[in-house]
Structures are given as structure tokens and as C-alpha cells.
Design a protein around this ligand. Structure first.
Ligand code: CA
Length: 473
């Protein structure tokens, strides 16, 4: 009874304050049911009927919004107009920029995806290659093999390469990783011609351009050893006149063992080449033949496989920018260097531009050297020498002169001929040069570094050189 009275009094009291809602309704059983709602103590203690600081802030923001809407609708000029114009003008630009960045990121993602695929494919090929080689029965190397390749067998990879080559020589190539087929692909033992004693050379007397005749080749310095048998032979390069997007320190490398050579690896600098993975992997649209490629003015120049076609691959667009047949040039084992390897066409760069070193039927195997137009690959001028191409191990150009290396395998060989395109004359020289690893498959000159780059039995090697002037007789 007292509880009911207390409830009724509370209802009356709250109702009198106007802060409670009183409701009456019938429940399911038809009985009358009373209920009421009371504001919480916090709300009830608000100092004003308007709702307190939160409501005041809300009102203030609403007022600002109403003011802005009003000014926008009325097209108010002045500060509000300027404030409106700025975002309107900036929005499309920001949108374009964001979409551009998105597109660039998408392209980067796709490019990285392609690079990953290339590396994965290469890793899988090499794994299968090693498995195949390991599955073959071991055969002791013949005496002839020992004589020809004294450095082979010094490590696992060399051992595998020697075994594979021995089997190929005995019964023809059956390993698809090698695809040798034509025995001319295998190294042909050099028939090195003994050369007469050289003229006395006067060192250090270069001309005003820094050019001169080669008078000294330094000791080989190895910068990197290839990781797999695909790097037994190869070519590595640095662009002496690099243009974007790569810097002048960028180094490039192609492993040239294999039936379908298309990977071009890029390294930021010599240090990266020596210790790291490539920072760039490009898949060339058409396969490479041999070790005669050259890098010049932002393009890779190379001979297309099984053809006399020269290609200019532009690094910026990652596409073939020019192609042209080198007229009458032998290819695919017709006029190789003494070590073989389909080294019919050898491209070179020096202070005077881009050159091709090759031979033709008309020249009957003698070295022909042509200066090429770097843009369209046309032959500007050609010289026929009296140097038999298959009697020398390699060749390179310095200051418009052609030089040849006597042996690819002898640890102590010489640069044995010089042909001067300025005079059309060749002569024998004997500048000592070392083949540290006894299987030198590529030698080229870099006019900026003033060094020879070579690829000697898995090793990427450089040699310092000195230029001078031969002493007059
Ligand atoms: Ca060369």
C-alpha cells in the first residue's frame, strides 16, 4: 500500500516538472498498464533546456553549414567564391595525378611480375639441367680433354660442363640444355700463328685526344663468377655513352650458353655486379647469337640468332629500334674465332663509334671490319684485313684500330695484330696478355673506363690498358 502511494506521488511530482512522459495502455490480458519515461540524471541536470554544450556546438556547426550553403546557392563572389574555385580547379588535376600514379604502379607491378617469371623460369631450367647432368654416369676425362682444358674440373660446375662436352663430342649432343648439334659450336683448338717480334713501343706518348696504339695490357681482375653453366661463356658491357633511363655506372651481362639466349641482366654498378643480384632483367624479343654484343648510347646491339641480322634494342622503350642485315657476313659457325661458339659477328665500340668485326665469302675468312651507323645500322665504310679470323681468339677496337688476341686458352698470350683503319695497314705486335682462367670467350674495349672487358671461363674480368705511340724505325 505505501509503495503504491510512493509511486503515485513520484508520478505526480515528475509530471509536474514536465520532464516525464506518462503512458497508459492495455496489455494482452486486457488489464490496464501504466508506464512512464524519465530523463536521466545527467540530462535532467543540464543548466538549460536547450541541451548543454553539445547542443550548442551542434547548433554552431549547423549555423556555419547553413551559412555556407546559403553563400554557395546565392553565388556569392569574393572569398567564398575563391575558396570554391580553388578546389574545383585542383580536383581534376589531383584526380589525373592519382590515376597516373596508379597506372605507373600497375606498370611497375606487371614489369616486376615479368621479371619474377623470367627468374623463376631460369631457376627451373637450371635445376633441371643440373638434375640431368647428375643423372648421367661419370666418365673420366680423356687425355685430350685434359690437355685442352687444364682449368676444367676445378669446381663442380666446370666438372659438369666438361662431362657434358665430352659426351657431346663422343656421341653428338643429346642434352636439350645445350643443343650443340653442330660440332662447330664446340671450341675449336686454336691454330695460333707465331708472330714476329714486335716493334719497340714508346709508352705514354698519346696524341691530344688521348688516343694512341695499345702498348700494355694489365693483369686481369675478376669481378664476378657466373653462377651456372649458362655462364661458361658470355658477354658483359658498360655503355660508354649511356643515356636514360640507366646511369653511366650500369653494367649489363648476358650468359650465352643455351639454345635460346634472351635474358639481359642489369647491375647498378661494379659493386652490385660483384656481390648482388641484378637490379634489372630484360627479356629480349629476339634471341642472341654468341658473345659479340655491345652496349652504346642507350641501346644493346647484337646479332640475331642464326642470321646475319643486326638488332638495336633500345633500353628506354625495351623494344627493337632498328634491324639490318650485315651484308655478306658469315654467321652461325661459318667464320668464327678460334674458340668457336658461333662467334661470326663481333660488335665493338671505341672512341670513334660502333664497329662490326666479321668475315665474308669474298674475303675468304679474313677479318672484315665495318664502321656502322648507330642509328640505322647501315655500313658506313668497310676494310678487309689480311688477318685470318679463325686463327685468332677474339678482337676489339681502340681509337679506330682493330686488335686481335692470339689465344683464348694459353695463360700467357699476346695481342698479336693491329689493323689501323686510318691507313688500311696491319702489322704484327706482341703485347702480353693473360688468360687467368684459360678459356676466354669475349674481349672488348670500353673507351670510358679505358679497360678491356672479357669473359674468361665463367669469370667477368677486366684489364687496364695503356696507349702510346710506336717508336719510329
Ligand atoms: Ca670482341
Amino acid at each position: 500500500m505505501w509503495l503504491q502511494v510512493a509511486v503515485c506521488l513520484s508520478c505526480l511530482l515528475l509530471g509536474a516538472q514536465g520532464q516525464a512522459t506518462f503512458l497508459r495502455a492495455n496489455d494482452r490480458s486486457g488489464r490496464c498498464q501504466y508506464s512512464f519515461t524519465v530523463a536521466s540524471p545527467a540530462e535532467d541536470s543540464c543548466p538549460t533546456a536547450g541541451g548543454g554544450p553539445e547542443m550548442e556546438a551542434l547548433r554552431s556547426r549547423l549555423t556555419v553549414l547553413e551559412s555556407l550553403v546559403s553563400r554557395l546557392v546565392s553565388g556569392d563572389a569574393g572569398a567564398a567564391g575563391a575558396a570554391r574555385a580553388a578546389p574545383d580547379a585542383g580536383l581534376p588535376e589531383a584526380y589525373t595525378r592519382v590515376m597516373g600514379e596508379k597506372s605507373q604502379l600497375q606498370q611497375d607491378k606487371e614489369r616486376l611480375g615479368r621479371q619474377v617469371q623470367v627468374l623463376q623460369r631460369r631457376a627451373e631450367e637450371q635445376r633441371l639441367e643440373v638434375e640431368r647432368l647428375l643423372a648421367k654416369p661419370c666418365q673420366p676425362p680423356s687425355a685430350a680433354q685434359k690437355d685442352q682444358r687444364p682449368a676444367s674440373g676445378s669446381n663442380i660446375l666446370s666438372h659438369l660442363v666438361s662431362q657434358n662436352r665430352g659426351q657431346s663430342e663422343a656421341g653428338g649432343a643429346t642434352d636439350p640444355a645445350w643443343q650443340l648439334g653442330n660440332p662447330r659450336y664446340q671450341e675449336v683448338k686454336a691454330e695460333v700463328t707465331e708472330v714476329p717480334a714486335p716493334k719497340q713501343i714508346q709508352e705514354g706518348s698519346q696524341d691530344s685526344t688521348g688516343c694512341g696504339e695499345l702498348v700494355w695490357v694489365g693483369e686481369p681482375v675478376s669481378h664476378r663468377k657466373a653462377e651456372s653453366i649458362t655462364g661458361k661463356y658470355g658477354v658483359w658491357m658498360q655503355d660508354p655513352e649511356a643515356v636514360g633511363p640507366y646511369g653511366p655506372q650500369m653494367l649489363w651481362r648476358i650468359n650465352t650458353v643455351g639454345a635460346e639466349v634472351r635474358e639481359l641482366y642489369g647491375y647498378e654498378d661494379m659493386d652490385q655486379l660483384s656481390r648482388g643480384f641484378p637490379t634489372k632483367v630484360l627479356l629480349l624479343p629476339e634471341p642472341v647469337e654468341s658473345t659479340g654484343a655491345a652496349m652504346y648510347r642507350g641501346s644493346l646491339y647484337y646479332q640475331r640468332r642464326r642470321s646475319r641480322t643486326l638488332l638495336r634494342y633500345d633500353l628506354a622503350t625495351e623494344s627493337i629500334a632498328a634491324r639490318r642485315d650485315l651484308p655478306h657476313a658469315g654467321f652461325h659457325g661459318q667464320f668464327p674465332y678460334s674458340w668457336g661458339g658461333y662467334t661470326d659477328i663481333d660488335l665493338a665500340v671505341d672512341e670513334q663509334g660502333l664497329w662490326a668485326i666479321y668475315s665474308t665469302n669474298k674475303a675468304k675468312g679474313a677479318i672484315v671490319v665495318s664502321q656502322l651507323d648507330p642509328g640505322g645500322l647501315e655500313v658506313r665504310r668497310s676494310w678487309e684485313t689480311n688477318i685470318r679470323k679463325n686463327t685468332v681468339a677474339n678482337a676489339f677496337m681502340i681509337c679506330g684500330r682493330l686488335y686481335t688476341v692470339a689465344s683464348y686458352a694459353s695463360p700467357n698470350t699476346t695481342v698479336n695484330y693491329a689493323f689501323d683503319t686510318a691507313t688500311g695497314e696491319s702489322r704484327s705486335i706482341a703485347v702480353p696478355m693473360r688468360n687467368s682462367y684459360r678459356y676466354n670467350s669475349m674481349v672488348d674495349y670500353n673507351p670510358v673506363q679505358r679497360k678491356l672487358f672479357s669473359w674468361d671461363n665463367f669469370h667477368m674480368v677486366s684489364y687496364a690498358v695503356r696507349l702510346g705511340k710506336p717508336e719510329a724505325n
